[in-house]
Design a protein around this ligand. Structure first.
Ligand SMILES: O=C[C@H](O)[C@H](O)COP(=O)(O)O
Ligand SMILES: C=C(OP(=O)(O)O)C(=O)O
Length: 346
């Protein structure tokens, strides 16, 4: 007799809210929606070259402690006002982490950091934190990894990344084609810039695709197509790609594909060889390029937390230290951004 195949997956919980329910529970008022639209338009204006400031997407590699994230946001909001003439600061509120193999996947999945996967609380904590950060006047930036999760947060975001591990994914390109916000596609982990350029061309198209609607019903969706996209250079397996030669090569590759060059340099990841202390030096290089007249360099990404370095998840954890990639500490971040603003002011 033929054996019934063992199921590869079983349901753990039906307790997750649908996007509409979470939005009702943690709403964006009409007035606040206007504020978010203003934040998003400000980010858009820098990326589209109508505002000549530098966009800085800065903050922890991942959020594991909402209280520390709010503490960080408070400091960043104050700094944002001091540098607003030259820099537009947006905060990294990264609640999903793509792992090379396995590891903690972020606040959204496992907010108690103990493998209990209380995703209902993860959804609530993540949305609530994003709302509070936006209310402090900071545009909210995140990586969109699980396409089903995007709808829970998209109304708060001013910027999103598609990471190096997913830029080549058609599913993510379809999702971006249906988002009304600026999105950066990262080059691949192997350093390939072409996958991100292909992604931008694909996302500009009005895809029809399988997704879920606001009520969580599986549906065939029609996207409007998103041309508000740009390239993020994050380095790759063979080294960095933030230098003037690499940036020029990336700009011409974009032009050859019919895209207006708009580039963000990620100062950490493979560009710093995962040494966060190199970020000020890399930012310095980008500023030099911008000051020498490079118009396609619009933005940078910085991984920064309250304290320098990283720590493993465990019983005795330190406040304000990253549990994923190592970060620059607040004091050095603040100094670096004040100096950058001064340099750009001339
Ligand atoms: O930015 C974060 C990490 O570089 C990325 O999530 C991969 O992490 P991992 O290689 O530690 O899994
Ligand atoms: C995971 C990230 O980056 P990348 O996709 O470049 O590895 C990140 O910015 O947190």
């Amino acid at each position: 007799m033929q054996q019934k195949p063992t199921a590869g997956c079983s349901t753990v919980s039906y307790e997750l809210p649908n996007p509409q329910q979470l939005r009702q529970q943690l709403p964006v008022s009409e007035q606040f929606a206007e504020t978010i639209t203003r934040q998003r338009n400000a980010v858009r204006a820098v990326l589209n070259q109508t505002d000549n400031r530098l966009l800085v997407v800065v903050g922890p590699c991942s959020i594991h402690d909402p209280q520390a994230a709010l503490d960080y946001a408070k400091r960043l909001a104050q700094l944002a006002q001091r540098v607003e003439g030259q820099l537009l600061l947006a905060m990294r509120v990264y609640i999903e982490k793509p792992r090379t193999t396995v590891g903690w996947k972020g606040l959204l999945y496992d907010p108690h950091l103990d493998g209990s996967y209380d995703m209902r609380s993860g959804l609530e904590l993540s949305r609530s934190l994003m709302l509070q950060v936006a209310q402090m006047g900071l545009p909210v930036a995140t990586e969109l990894l699980q396409p089903l999760a995007a709808q829970y947060f998209a109304d708060i975001l001013s910027w999103a990344a598609i990471g190096a591990r997913t830029s080549e994914s058609q599913i993510h390109r379809e999702m971006v084609s249906g988002l009304a916000l600026p999105v950066g596609f990262k080059n691949g982990t192997d350093g390939s810039v072409q996958v991100a350029i292909d992604a931008m061309r694909s996302a500009a198209y009005g895809h029809q695709y399988m997704g879920v609607d606001e009520q969580g019903q599986i549906a065939l969706l029609q996207a409007a197509g998103n041309t508000d996209t740009h390239l993020v250079l994050r380095g790759g397996q063979h080294g960095s790609n933030y230098d003037a030669l690499s940036v020029r090569a990336a700009s011409s590759a974009m032009e050859q594909s019919g895209l207006q060059p708009s580039i963000m340099v990620d100062c950490n990841h493979a560009n710093s060889g995962k040494n966060p202390l190199r970020q000020p030096e890399i930012l310095g290089d980008v500023l030099q390029q911008k000051l020498s007249g490079n118009k396609s360099l619009r933005a940078v990404m910085i991984e920064s937390h309250l304290e320098e370095g990283s720590q493993a998840l465990g019983k005795s954890m330190h406040y304000g230290v990253s549990v994923t990639d190592a970060c620059l500490g607040w004091a050095k971040t603040e100094r670096m951004l004040l100096e950058a603003a001064e340099q750009l002011a001339g």
